[in-house]
Design a protein around this ligand. Structure first.
Ligand code: M6R
Length: 364
């Protein structure tokens, strides 16, 4: 059942190229993303005043990437909330708003409650769900299924990639229906996105470097993940994945925020994993990396192939294939998953069933 892999998590990491391809298949009209099968038409998407993303854990991180993408590409305001916060903060939503609930299981209690509240307040609800017929799928006005197949490992991997996939497709479609880009540009975005599964397959071949870096992380008491913009969203996911299964304390910080308090934590040898895929933010992130390096941090850096980074900046460098900056989260997801996985394996953790956790959180 693990298909020759040692853990479900590793198997599921390797299933990502196929899951992504399945999730986009058949969801285009003239080459433009289209979700009218779910009842959510281009016309409707063009009209919403505001968009909310509400979810928990990894699914919330997918929503964060969605926010950056939709705001950048489609120029529509998006608010992201943790479901357990959203439902108790008297959210200002109502008619004309769209609330997108993201959930692998479709059974997360707080996300389900947030959905019910949104409906009560008059907003339209769209769920992005993996499990067919689950409560969130049934209760929402519209549902877009991700096609990851069953995810067994408690740590979410392939479900995250397909949630991201839907975020990209929605961002592309919204950018088009709102007139920010024309049909050709939209098709060009789609074409570039379609190269992602093959690029992930290639990335998955190079396991040794992740095993090696994991051996440098495994004895840390605590570490930091940093990044800016889209890389900040990915660093939140990287940090969660790593702490969830390795039990190493980890925090994620917006790189520019370090000097407002957190940098005092840096001591000799503390690992800092810096994600820096965004060209316009590279110099800024490098300067933050140099600040932690000067205080003794052991720096692991994730950059694109072409990024110019002086050799004294990082102790270990992970290079990603060059791609459009906005697509980077699809590729950076692989190193963060593999670093978490190999660190947990080296520490002898119960990778697929980390302590104190359940695959589906049906209590509030
Ligand atoms: O089933 P859901 O997507 O609603 O689950 C949400 C979170 O509980 C889940 O993503 C959790 O954070 C993962 N175990 C993280 O790997």
């Amino acid at each position: 059942e693990k298909g020759g892999y040692e853990h479900f998590m590793l198997k599921e990491i390797h299933e990502q190229p196929v899951a992504i391809a399945k999730t986009i298949a058949g969801r285009f009209k003239d080459g433009i993303p289209d979700f009218s099968e779910s009842g959510i038409t281009a016309e409707m998407l063009g009209k919403y005043k505001r968009i909310y993303m509400v979810a928990c854990g990894t699914a919330m991180h997918a929503g964060l990437v969605g926010k950056y993408l939709i705001e950048k590409l489609a120029r529509v305001e998006v608010t992201v909330d943790i479901a357990s916060e959203f439902r108790y903060r008297s959210p200002l939503i109502g008619e004309g708003d769209l609330v997108i609930l993201i959930s692998q299981s479709g059974e997360t209690a707080d996300t389900l409650a947030a959905l019910k509240l949104s409906k009560k307040l008059g907003a339209d609800t769209l769920s992005v769900v993996n499990v067919i017929g689950s409560s969130i799928a049934r209760e929402s006005d519209y549902v877009i299924y991700t096609h990851a197949g069953p995810e067994i490992s408690v740590a979410s991997t392939k479900a995250y990639s397909v949630q991201l996939t839907i975020m990209y497709m929605l961002a592309f479609q919204l950018a088009y229906v709102r007139g920010v880009i024309d049909a050709d540009q939209c098709r060009e975005y789609v074409r570039k996105f379609q190269e992602i599964p093959d690029e992930i397959t290639a990335l998955l071949e190079d396991k040794e470097q992740y095993q090696y870096i994991a051996s440098k992380l495994m004895n840390a008491d605590s570490l930091l993940y940093i990044g800016r913009g889209l890389d900040y969203a990915t660093s939140m996911e990287g940090s969660l994945k790593l702490k969830e299964i390795s039990y190493i304390h980890s925090e994620s910080y917006a790189a520019g925020e370090l000097k407002h308090g957190t940098i005092s934590l840096i001591t000799e040898g503390m690992p800092v994993i810096a994600i820096a895929t965004q060209e316009d933010l590279l110099e800024k992130t490098i300067s933050n990396v140099l600040e932690v390096k000067a205080r003794g941090a052991m720096v692991v850096m994730l950059c694109k192939e072409k990024a110019q980074v002086a050799s004294n900046v990082a102790d270990y460098m992970i290079r990603l294939p060059d791609c459009e900056d906005f697509l980077a989260p699809m590729l950076t997801s692989i190193p963060i998953q593999l670093l978490a996985y190999y660190t947990a394996v080296l520490k002898g953790r119960d990778v697929d069933k980390p302590r104190n956790l359940a695959k589906s959180v049906t209590v509030e």
